[in-house]
Design a protein around this ligand. Structure first.
Ligand code: PAF
Length: 285
């Protein structure tokens, strides 16, 4: 496996691969890899000839007061995990390499970037879309793989690819979970032992909502209020950013189950201690 720090180096390897008629699979990451990332790399390996991953803690997608400086990093461990999962190249640029001195461009996916997590993290999705578009122009992947845990991110990237006529197929892959349901995330590292136990509440709420829908409850606003009350009573939940039902394609609010909703996205974002955690579930009706 090769580690590429320079954009020119990466582009010239990509050109070579393309000349040989081979396909490129790409998994963008911010490092501190876990089984969720590895599942994306393995999926890419099954479908593509050469696998690139990027490891880049992207300053553009962190707001003031967020965890950019403390974001967990462990390059040695990442290299061995990525290699074992089947990555061929790690693109590992410095921030200066990506943004230089005079970077002025931002990609904004309107509306989709302002709701849900966007409401609590202004500018976050513009930072994500901007860096992902740059990666796509550098790595020129045939296919790119994203975790469904960041469901809103996945919808935004798909919208950008469609709107900007990019020749890359985006694949969303299932969330990988711990035994108690907690979705894997590099940020789980921030949780104390007590907080880690409490963090199962996210999956618990999503499951409870699913069960209520499956039992025939059509009033999603009623379910939402029940879950919100439960979350507010939970002393380990410091703040609830949202618990929402949305259309999985458009991310529009859904208030009632009706014939048109075949799938409903339940999404949650809460703060446990200092850690902001998100999760979601697609509920089939
Ligand atoms: O999901 C992530 O880890 C990041 O948002 C991504 C897609 C690598 C962009 O920095």
């Amino acid at each position: 496996m090769e580690i590429l720090k320079k954009i020119t180096e990466c582009k010239s390897i990509v050109d070579d691969i393309k000349k040989r008629g081979l396909t490129i699979g790409f998994v963008p990451t911010m490092g501190f890899l876990h089984e969720g990332h590895l599942s994306l790399i393995r999926k890419a390996k099954k479908e593509c000839d050469r696998i690139f991953i990027s490891i880049f803690v992207n300053p553009l997608q962190f707001g003031p007061g967020e965890d950019f400086k403390n974001y967990p990093r462990d390059m040695k461990r990442d290299i061995s995990m990525a290699g074992n999962a089947g990555a061929d190249y790690i693109f590992y640029p410095a921030a200066k390499e990506m943004y230089g001195q005079d970077f002025k461009t931002a990609v904004e996916v309107k509306e989709l970037g302002d709701i849900m997590c966007g409401e609590y993290r202004p500018g976050h999705f513009s930072g994500v879309a901007t860096v992902v578009l740059k990666f796509f122009n550098i790595v020129k992947p045939d296919r790119a793989y994203f975790g469904q845990k960041d469901y809103q991110q996945l919808v935004i990237i798909k919208r950008m690819v469609c709107d900007m006529n990019l020749d890359v197929k985006i694949t969303g892959c299932p969330t990988v979970r711990e035994k108690d349901g907690l979705a894997l995330s590099s940020r789980n590292k921030y949780l104390s032992a007590g907080e880690r136990k409490s963090a199962a509440v996210l999956f618990g709420c999503l499951t409870e909502a699913k069960d209520m829908i499956k039992k025939g409850e059509k009033d999603l606003e009623k379910i939402r209020k029940t879950i919100m009350t439960k979350l507010k009573k939970n002393r380990s939940v410091r703040k609830v950013d949202y618990f929402d039902f949305r259309d999985p394609g458009t991310l529009e609010h859904i208030k009632r189950v009706n014939k048109e909703n075949r799938n409903i996205l339940a999404a949650i974002a809460v703060r446990i201690g200092k850690t902001r955690l998100i999760d979601n579930m697609i509920i089939k009706v």
